[in-house]
Design a protein around this ligand. Structure first.
Ligand code: FE2
Length: 511
């Protein structure tokens, strides 16, 4: 495979093909155009011209209309079949209006009457090439529309996977690629962190997602793509396979690559395509950088919040490890209910923060060994509302709101702080209420050992429809019966699931 410099694309000379069975006419035209910077090929044998059209790139064709057994219409049709944006000008000494209309309808750009002045010929060619430039420029603008679509999406809340998939699709559309793969790497470990693919078939997937393409940028800081070409035979036809690897840099640090596989009869990338590819790579780089910043910021926030949650647990000697265990149980249940990753992330945040409002509850109440007085209980119950105030205005923690505010609501409407009822309680709160209670019953306390699973479950069943959403309790039962919950790692002991009650006919399957 040969490597090709990017500068070659877009700066190739304009290729002009002249076809006339009168050789001296070919010679005159070649001579007349010799002062221009054109790449000119002339054929007095139309058969050879047709072969040339099939095998080479052509920008403009000037052809005689009547050439023995061949006609200029054949040249016109073959040219447009192989080079859709080529400009074709026909020449004839025997024009009729009908012929002229006919060839123009078939896609010819213009029609010249022989004999013509060479100045007229030159002017017609210039006009034809200008027309072609405008058409190609429009195609280029279409490419920029792809870019703008991507930029527009960058301002939405689209996830990084979806965004990079969109970049891949835009690259595929703009470059006419058979397949596009984006490999994002972890800049520390240099290992692939994410792979995104756009294409229809499986075979190119291996090519565009091959980790080996990353090696091409090991020793470079150039943002230019590496373009390689090779001749291949597909279904008996000779084709050019172009592979492009466009690096993605974030602040001069290599973050990945966009790989494209293009199979074409003509090894020509249209002007502007590489520019658009680089713009798309910049968009991918910006998205990757934003995503990493977000993740770092989120991790920092979560660590800070975890610190606060730990601070509460340090004050409340009865609940050491409670937050982690509740989060673990709630996540297991949510996954059993089929919640997606994004929702699970919110759940982890919400469960970690759910008792954050206990910061506002005095130690004397939080650590009181005996029963709370009515006044103390009311003070304790403020922790849901206080928790909401603690995170108020922090946009990042907005998903934690339903967990904080609704985990003490009761299904029958007798809970706090708002007395919400049934489905009126956010499902996050209904789910957390079950996990929170299960852990409270299973956990050891200074004054008692943790209950066994059978007792905990019977308590939950007893309060089905009163404190707890019956469907959520059923989800938990279903999960426990499956035997997939490993209690030993979290509670230091195995739980006996053999004594769990058998499913009743009214139990609902996980939603
Ligand atoms: Fe609470």
């Amino acid at each position: 495979m040969t490597e090709v410099k990017v500068e070659m694309t877009g700066n190739q000379p304009i290729s002009i093909l002249i076809v006339d069975d009168e050789k001296y006419i070919c010679n005159i035209i070649v001579e007349a155009l010799s002062t221009e910077k054109y790449d000119i090929v002339a054929f007095s044998d139309p058969a050879k011209a047709l072969t040339h059209i099939e095998q080479n790139s052509v920008d403009l064709v000037l052809t005689d209309l009547v050439m023995g057994e061949y006609t200029g219409v054949q040249i016109l049709e073959s040219t447009l079949a192989h080079h859709s944006d080529a400009t074709v000008i026909l020449m004839t000494a025997h024009p009729t209006v009908q012929t002229a209309i006919s060839v123009l309808r078939k896609g010819a750009y213009d029609f010249l009457m022989k004999p013509f002045r060479l100045e007229l010929l030159k002017a017609t060619i210039k006009r034809g090439l200008e027309h072609q430039r405008v058409i190609r420029e429009n195609l280029h603008l279409k490419g920029q529309v792809e870019f703008l679509k991507v930029v527009g999406a960058a301002n939405t809340e689209m996830g990084i996977d979806d965004f990079l998939a969109m970049v891949a699709r835009s690259c595929k559309n703009e470059m006419g690629a058979r397949a596009v793969g984006i490999i994002e790497i972890d800049p520390m470990s240099k290992e692939p962190a994410r792979k995104v693919y756009a294409g229809d078939e499986e075979t190119p997937l291996d090519v565009v997602l091959d980790n080996a393409t990353l090696d091409r940028f090991t020793y470079t800081r150039s943002a230019k793509p590496i373009i390689q070409k090779e001749e291949v035979v597909i279904d008996g036809c000779s084709q050019t396979r172009i592979s492009i690897s466009q690096p993605i840099f974030v602040r001069r640090c290599f973050h990945g690559v966009i790989n494209l596989l293009i199979e074409t009869r003509f090894d020509q990338l249209t002007p502007g395509q590489i520019d658009v590819l680089m713009l798309l790579a910049n968009s991918a780089a910006a998205a990757i950088a934003n995503h990493r910043h977000y993740q770092e910021m989120r991790t920092s926030y979560l660590q800070a919040i975890k610190g606060l949650a730990n601070a509460i647990e340090a004050r409340d000697e009865y609940t050491a490890g409670h937050t982690d265990r509740v989060t673990w149980l709630a996540e297991l249940m949510a996954r059993h209910m089929g919640w997606e990753d994004q929702r699970i992330e919110h759940l982890i945040m919400g469960c970690t923060l759910h008792d954050i409002g206990k910061l506002g509850v005095p130690d004397s109440i939080l650590n009181k060994p005996g029963r709370l007085t009515d006044e103390e209980r009311l003070k304790m119950q403020t922790h849901a509302e206080v928790g909401l105030k603690v995170i108020d205005g922090i946009e990042l923690f907005r998903p934690a709101v339903p967990y904080i505010i609704a985990h003490h609501e009761w299904y029958d409407g007798s809970g706090y702080p708002r007395g919400l009822k049934g489905e009126g309680i956010p499902i996050e709160g209904r789910l957390l209420a079950v996990a929170d209670t299960l852990d409270a019953i299973l956990s050891d306390r200074p004054y008692r050992k943790g209950a066994d699973l059978e007792q905990a479950v019977s308590e939950l069943i007893k309060y089905k429809g009163i404190q707890f959403d019956p469907a959520i309790v059923d989800v938990l039962l279903d999960l426990l019966r499956s035997g997939s919950v490993d209690f030993r790692a979290t509670y230091g002991r195995d739980m006996d699931i053999s004594k769990l009650p058998a499913p009743t006919t009214t139990e609902k399957a996980p939603a």
